[in-house]
Design a protein around this ligand. Structure first.
Ligand SMILES: Nc1ncnc2c1ncn2[C@@H]1O[C@H](COP(=O)(O)OP(=O)(O)OP(=O)(O)O)[C@@H](O)[C@H]1O
Ligand code: SF4
Ligand SMILES: [Mg+2]
Length: 324
C-alpha cells in the first residue's frame, strides 16, 4: 500500500471556538490507483490533503491524532530533513489556482528546470532540456518556445498543464490534485482529466483527486471516499457506489447530478447546510439533513460499517439505503 491514513484528526482554533475539521479520517491509495475524495464545501477535503502533504497552516491548524503511513512509514513521526526529503520528491500536489501556485516573475522553463537543478543536481542546460521535454509530455504546443514565457502568458488550461508538469517532474509516487479543473471551462476540464488519468497510468503513481463534481470522477477514479463534516461517510469502488449508494448523503449527491440517461428528471437538492464545525450535531452529524433519520441517529455515532470487503458506510441504516 502506498498511502494509508488512519484515524486522522485536525482542529483549528478560531474565535468561535475549536473547529473540528477532520474527525477520524481513514483511507488508502495503492500505487497506480486513483482515489476520488468527494464532499460539499467545508467537509475537510483540502485540510486532509494538507495534513498528508505537510503543508497544514499551523497554527491555527493542528493535527491532534492519527497516522499517515507513506510507503509504510508514519510521516507524522519523521523528523526535519527526512520528512522534507520524502515530501519534497515522493509526493506532489496540484492546486486549483495555477496562477498563484506558480512564480510570476520566473519563466515557466526556468521554474521547471529549477526542480532538476535543486533536487537532481543537473546542469542548467540539461535541466532546461528536461523542462522542455516535460512541457511536451503534458502536450503544451511549441514547448521549446513556450518555455521562455511567464505564467500569465498562458491560458488557464495551459497553465494547469504547466502545474501538472511541475508536479510530475520528480516522478513522485503520490500526487494529490485538489480541484484541479474547477476554474476551467468544461471542454478543457475533460482534457486535463484525461491527461491526468493517462499520466497516472504511465508513471504508476497513486492519485488522490479532490473534487465536488461527481460527474468528473466516474471515468477516472477507482475508488471514492465521500466526506461529510470531517469524516468519511462512505468509501467504495466507483462502480458499486454509482450503482447503489450505501449512505443517504451519497444518495443525495448522486441525485443532485444531471444524468444523460435520465433526461427530464427533476434534480434533487440536499436540504439544509453543512454543519458549523465548532458545533457538530450529536450522533450522526448528517441527521438534521437526512431524509432517513430516526431517533437513534440523534444519539448514536455510526461507525464505518463494513458493507463488503471493499466498502464501508457510516450509516446505521445502510442496508435500507443500499436496497431502497
Ligand atoms: N486556515 C484555516 N483557519 C481556520 N479554519 C480553517 C482553515 N482552513 C480550514 N479551516 C476549517 O476547516 C474546514 C474544512 O476546510 P477544507 O478547506 O478542508 O474544506 P473543503 O472540503 O476542501 O472545501 P472546499 O470544497 O470549499 O474546498 C473549514 O470549513 C474551516 O472550518
Ligand atoms: S445514521 Fe441516520 S441520520 Fe445518519 S445517514 Fe444514516 S439514516 Fe441518516
Ligand atoms: Mg478544498
Amino acid at each position: 500500500m502506498l498511502l494509508e491514513v488512519r484515524d486522522l484528526h485536525v482542529e483549528f482554533r478560531t474565535r468561535d471556538g475549536v473547529a473540528h475539521a477532520v474527525n477520524g479520517v481513514g483511507c488508502h491509495v495503492d500505487a497506480g490507483r486513483t482515489l476520488a475524495v468527494l464532499g460539499e464545501s467545508g467537509s475537510g477535503k483540502s485540510v486532509t490533503a494538507q495534513a498528508v502533504m505537510g503543508i497544514l497552516d499551523t497554527p491555527p491548524g493542528r493535527i491532534t491524532g492519527g497516522q499517515i503511513l507513506f510507503q509504510g512509514r508514519d510521516l507524522l513521526t519523521l523528523k526535519g530533513e527526512e520528512r522534507r526529503r520524502v515530501r519534497g520528491s515522493a509526493m506532489a500536489m496540484i492546486f486549483q489556482d495555477a496562477l498563484s501556485a506558480l512564480n510570476p516573475v520566473m519563466t515557466v522553463g526556468d521554474q521547471l528546470g529549477e526542480m532538476f537543478v535543486v533536487h537532481r543536481g543537473m546542469s542548467k542546460k540539461a535541466a532546461r532540456a528536461k523542462a522542455v521535454g516535460l512541457m511536451d509530455r503534458v502536450r503544451i504546443p511549441a514547448a521549446a518556445q513556450r518555455a521562455r514565457d511567464y505564467p500569465h502568458q498562458f491560458s488557464g488550461g495551459m497553465r494547469q498543464r504547466v502545474m501538472i508538469a511541475m508536479a510530475l517532474a520528480l516522478e513522485p509516487a503520490l500526487v494529490i490534485a485538489d480541484e484541479p479543473t474547477t476554474a476551467l471551462d468544461v471542454t478543457v476540464q475533460a482534457q486535463i482529466m484525461d491527461l491526468l488519468a493517462e499520466l497516472r497510468r504511465e508513471y504508476r503513481m497513486g492519485l488522490i483527486l479532490i473534487t465536488h463534481d461527481l460527474g468528473v470522477v466516474a471515468d477516472v477514479a477507482d475508488r471514492i471516499a465521500v466526506m461529510y463534516a470531517g469524516r468519511i461517510v462512505e468509501s467504495a469502488p466507483v462502480h458499486d457506489l454509482y450503482k447503489a449508494p450505501a449512505h443517504p448523503y451519497t444518495r443525495g449527491l448522486l441525485d443532485s447530478v444531471p444524468r444523460l440517461d435520465q433526461k427530464g428528471r427533476e434534480l434533487y437538492a440536499i436540504k439544509g447546510l453543512p454543519p458549523n464545525l465548532t458545533r457538530i450535531p450529536s450522533g450522526c452529524s448528517f441527521h438534521p439533513r437526512c431524509p432517513m433519520a430516526r431517533d437513534m441517529c440523534r444519539t448514536e455515532v455510526p461507525p464505518l460499517y463494513e458493507v463488503s470487503d471493499e466498502r464501508g458506510s457510516a450509516c446505521h441504516f445502510w442496508r435500507e439505503c443500499l436496497h431502497g
